[in-house]
Design a protein around this ligand. Structure first.
Ligand code: HMG
Ligand code: MG
Length: 296
């Protein structure tokens, strides 16, 4: 691996917080986002326009979106037509749709089969592309599903190709429940690189079984240079049994910088953002670097 820039997409304000049972006050979320921006992030998932009945933590999405207005890529998750309409009303310029390869997971997460979601989203993505919006498609359960087990590579590729055909700018390929191993990661990402789709490829790892950092290394070797990470290692999908935190941004920054790969992220400023948030979350923050800094 030669010295090269690596892009980290910070998903803490969205994936990190969505599973928190206690409501994190809106002004805390906004300050957390600002602190992360001070650490250098240029791409971030800031919130999601989803049903407040399904995900109460994200009920203040409008206020977060209105407060975070700058030229960097502020991504808002949208599950359906209603979410896309709300995003248009709020003039969001970067949107993320999310669909699971597994039907069972997709049904539990957004109450539709994978095909039903695609049928709803593809024409909407085509329209959004005509308005020059940045569209990211998150592919959940790309390796394992908590309900259906191992997922076949060709199904993930087929879903990625369908999104590519619709014109998305980025695929974020996710190990939703942290089950994938580095060999599987190298294989799937190599297949995507070989497919040569005209879009950005990003890897999204949850660290449920401690394999995320090894999986990042495997994805790097397959040629991937974009990773979703979450400050403090918070995160998890409320509708995926067994899903826990995303890989901690601070641990990934450290590994990459030690390897001579530039992230553009100031590790101390990032740790300050995590320390600021920690009193407001119920989960113990146990990233290696936060624990080291705070003698945990
Ligand atoms: P539904 O109940 O089938 O929806 O839920 P519906 O269309 O029947 O509408 C029911 C109510 O929700 C109505 O309101 C709608 O207006 C409202 P009511 O009349 O009852 O007052 N509604 C909405 N409100 C706000 N925003 C919307 C919206 N749509 C409908 N967009 C729905 C379907 C998709 C809404 C629901 O299942 C939902 O919100 N799901 C979101 C689940 C979620 O956020 N999951 C976590 C994010 S994905 C993830 O974490 C994985 C990822 O990190 C990658 C990985 O790790 O795998 C990305
Ligand atoms: Mg996730």
């Amino acid at each position: 691996l030669n010295a090269q820039p690596v892009t980290l997409i910070e998903v803490g304000p969205r994936d990190g917080l969505q599973n928190e049972s206690q409501f994190v006050p809106t002004d805390v979320k906004i300050q957390f986002i600002h602190k992360l921006k001070q650490a250098g992030f240029k791409e971030m998932e800031i919130t999601s326009l989803v049903s407040p009945k399904w995900v109460p933590q994200m009920k203040d999405a409008r206020d977060v979106i209105n407060a975070i207005q700058d030229d960097t890529r502020n991504i808002v998750l949208v599950p359906n037509k209603k979410g896309i309409e709300l995003a248009e009303e709020l003039s969001c310029s970067s949107l993320a749709v999310f669909v699971g390869v597994s039907n069972t997971f997709n049904q539990k997460n957004i109450n539709k089969t994978t095909q039903e979601s695609l049928q709803e989203l593809v024409p909407l993505i085509e329209q959004l592309k005509q308005q020059n919006k940045f569209i990211r498609a998150c592919i959940s359960t790309s390796f394992y599903c908590p309900y259906e087990g191992k997922i076949a590579e060709k199904e993930v590729l087929a879903l990625g190709e369908a999104f590519a055909k619709a014109g998305v700018d980025e695929l974020s390929i996710a190990d939703t429940i942290g089950m994938a191993n580095p060999k599987e990661v190298y294989s799937l990402f190599s297949s995507f690189v070989k497919a040569d789709l005209p879009l950005l490829l990003t890897a999204h790892f949850h660290d449920t079984r401690g394999m995320a950092i090894a999986n990042i290394y495997a994805a790097l070797q397959a040629g991937i240079t974009r990773f979703d990470t979450s400050a403090g290692g918070l995160g998890g999908c409320p509708f995926a049994k067994g899903a826990t935190g995303n890989v901690a941004t601070e641990d990934v920054v450290f590994m990459l910088e030690q390897m001579g790969l530039q992230t553009g992220i100031d590790l101390n400023a990032l740790l300050d953002a995590v320390a600021f948030l920690s009193p407001y979350v119920s989960r113990k923050i146990d990233s290696k670097h936060f624990a080291l800094q705070h003698n945990l």
